[in-house]
Design a protein around this ligand. Structure first.
Ligand SMILES: [Zn+2]
Length: 217
């Protein structure tokens, strides 16, 4: 089963992808990881992507889709994958849809994790990270303690730049203008499962697994 995990920044895509990868026994393919992997293996596209990223530019769609194609051809993706981080706009949606058609991949599911913007803002602005180990906590988890529960460092919690309200709101605005239309692109063409992303992590996973089970693939 080929899953595209889709949703606003901060909705918990990475967390759910990690859970699904062990429950479904298919790999979590994040665009960041496969770009780094291709660069490390010095494939032609990997080296090209690395040069572009080192120059501080965005990897163009044709390079990215080439790297996704190479990944799909790897043995570990023989039974499927959970793609995280692509497509981010309707051009990329059209490109990957064409690739699926070309490779005769039909069992494609778009998992749309849904959450209210204000809830995402409140969740993320309530996070703090440990300066020493990087572990992330909610303010509630650390309000009465001074040492990090993970590494025991003292008084080292801070708010990451990515968790600041103006940064989150900017990313949400880009999501709504560029990325959200991807769902309209796939509507009626591919299977889209709408998931309530606001429930606790385990409840979201159960909801996803139940809906995947009910698909008659
Ligand atoms: Zn720590």
């Amino acid at each position: 089963m080929y899953i595209i995990i889709f949703g606003a920044p901060g909705v918990g895509k990475g967390t759910q992808a990690k859970i699904l990868t062990s429950r479904l026994d298919i790999p979590h393919v994040s665009t960041g990881d496969i770009l780094r992997d291709a660069a490390a293996r010095k494939t032609e596209l990997g080296l090209k992507a690395k040069a572009i990223m080192d120059a501080g530019e965005l990897v163009p769609d044709d390079v990215m889709i080439g790297i996704i194609r190479d990944t799909l051809n790897q043995e570990r993706c023989a039974k499927g994958f959970i793609l995280d981080g692509f497509p981010r706009n309707i051009n990329q949606a059209a490109v990957i849809d064409k690739l699926f058609t070309e490779l005769r991949i039909e069992k494609i599911v778009i998992l749309a994790l849904e959450a209210d913007d204000e809830e995402i803002v409140s969740r993320l602005t309530n996070r703090r990270a440990c300066k020493e180990c990087g572990q992330i906590f909610s303010i509630r988890e650390i309000e009465e303690i001074s040492n990090c529960p993970n590494c025991n460092a003292t008084g080292s919690f801070y708010q990451r730049n990515d968790d600041k309200e103006d940064v989150i709101r900017r990313r949400l605005a880009i999501f709504h203008s560029s990325t959200k239309p991807v769902l309209d692109y796939f509507e009626g063409k591919r299977v889209i499962l709408h998931i309530d992303g606001l429930k606790p992590v385990d409840a979201v996973s159960e909801q996803i697994l139940e809906k995947l089970n009910n698909l008659n693939f």
